[in-house]
Design a protein around this ligand. Structure first.
Ligand code: PHE
Length: 453
């Protein structure tokens, strides 16, 4: 398919909201708050901001360059620029990684849907022991969580198969503002609670005594996950950018939106948690065990508000997850559609079938069938670890080297200046970052993960 036959996003707003939709997800509203809680609050946030600025934004621009230049699915985009060299593997790796992520991400997204309905039906009312048992019973059920996860993949399928403009762009333009409004409503409710200021203080007053190398590397890993770096997602979306889109400008805007939403998520959770005396460092279970309790206790005197906040919260989580699963699905859909010369719907159907199989296995491995495990870890944990700790940083590392050292300088210059439409004064700075700083930063994450530093 030639560049002119290929559909692009219809507007600049569409570009920014769809790509920000990919970035904004459970990583912001679930992972970021518990990582911040765990790593000492504001000091972690400062380092996180540094990672976004120094490594995240150059990494995003690199994927954008590859995608927009080739205007094709991720595998073909890398293949075109790699000229038959092994660099082309990065694109295939991205397609594979995104499908693995969708496999386990849909499980957690399915839990959000279940909790949305449970909070509408007032099934989450009860004390701490009740909420904890509710989660244990639900997640070990062989049918319910699995059905919710498959439902989530199917909803994603319906949107993605409608195409770039009618599906992804339209839905992003609707969901992203809605998500922001829901978030602001809960932030206001949470910050008005008595004693909420302690949560705000935790979020904005740095305590540098908590810092060690581990915190730096966790912040870096979180920045990558949150920006969807290293899955070819940004590359695939950039293949639908028009030639006039300013790549660096788009990267900065998307990183800003993503960071703003993560910080607002902190402002939604910490003030409520501190106001009832809960320290929010409970790890991944924060959202499904700690928070229903926090909301119940915090708004005990005003029952209706407690109900509304809880419903809005799980609606928000589900929407955030959806805009991200759409982008993961699109990577595979574009790949099968263009590489196997299938219709778009055909390509989407293949991704959906493969992801449903993976998501069923992941869901069962978490609860009902613990024997679905590799080296003592549930399949769900394996998919999570292999993608977030190995495949994503590896692809981001290779992409930086590929764009920084291998592809022709003219391609980088043309893409950064949008074929002359932009004065790209920062080209040198960008190149320095992707050639040296980003690869070294990512290498440090690797060495740390394997206990070498
Ligand atoms: N960035 C998304 C989040 O924060 C997750 C994601 C990873 C989306 C990889 C697409 C690709 O939740």
């Amino acid at each position: 398919m030639s560049r002119s036959e290929r559909i692009n996003f219809g507007s600049r707003l569409g570009v920014v909201l769809a790509t920000a939709g990919s970035a904004v997800g459970l990583g912001n509203v679930w992972r970021f708050p518990f990582m911040t809680g765990h790593n000492g609050g504001a000091a972690f946030i400062l380092i996180y901001l540094g990672c976004i600025l120094l490594l995240g934004i150059p990494g995003m621009i690199s994927e954008f360059i590859v995608g927009r230049h080739s205007a094709a699915n991720a595998a073909r985009s890398y293949r075109r620029l790699a000229n038959g060299t092994p660099w082309m593997i990065i694109g295939y790796m991205g397609v594979f990684t995104s499908m693995l992520i969708l496999g386990f991400y849909a499980v957690v997204a399915g839990w959000c849907l279940q909790y949305l309905f449970a909070s509408v039906a007032e099934h989450l009312q009860g004390d701490a022991a009740y909420v904890s048992k509710y989660f244990a019973d639900f997640s070990s059920d062989p049918v319910k969580p699995t059905l919710w996860a498959v439902t989530f993949v199917l909803i994603t399928h319906v949107i993605v198969s409608r195409g770039i403009r009618d599906g992804i762009e339209k839905v992003s333009k609707l969901l992203m503002p809605l998500l922001f409004i829901l978030l602001m409503l809960i932030v206001v409710a949470s910050c008005m609670l008595p004693g909420a200021y302690k949560g705000v203080e935790f979020l904005f007053k740095p305590d540098f005594s908590k810092l060690d190398t581990g915190v730096f590397l966790e912040a870096l890993g979180q920045a990558f996950f949150s920006l969807s770096l290293g899955t070819a997602c940004l590359c695939t979306y950039a293949s639908y950018f028009g030639r006039k889109t300013n790549l660096a400008g788009a990267a900065v805007q998307i990183a800003l939106i993503d960071t703003l939403i993560a910080i607002l998520a902190g402002l939604m959770i910490f003030p409520a948690a501190f106001s009832v005396g809960v320290h929010p460092d409970s790890g991944p279970s924060l959202i499904f065990i700690t928070l229903p309790n926090v909301f119940r206790q915090a708004f005990l005197g005003v029952p209706f508000i407690g109900y509304v906040v809880s419903v809005l919260f799980y609606a928000l989580m589900s929407l955030a997850a959806l805009t991200s699963t759409i982008s993961m699905h699109e990577i595979g859909t574009a790949f099968f559609h263009e590489e196997l010369k299938l219709s778009r719907r055909g390509g989407a159907a293949i991704v959906t079938v493969l992801c449903c199989i993976m998501t069923v296995l992941c869901s069962l491995s978490f609860g009902a069938c613990p024997e679905l495990a590799v080296a003592g870890k549930s399949l769900m944990d394996c998919f999570d670890n292999v993608t977030a700790q190995v495949l994503m940083p590896l692809a981001a590392f290779l992409t930086c080297l590929f764009v920084g050292w291998y592809i022709p300088r003219t391609v980088v210059a043309d893409e950064l200046s949008s074929y002359g439409a932009v004065n790209a004064w920062y080209t040198g700075l960008y190149l320095y970052s992707v050639k040296i700083i980003c690869p070294l930063g990512i290498l440090a994450i690797f060495l740390h993960q394997f206990g070498l530093i």
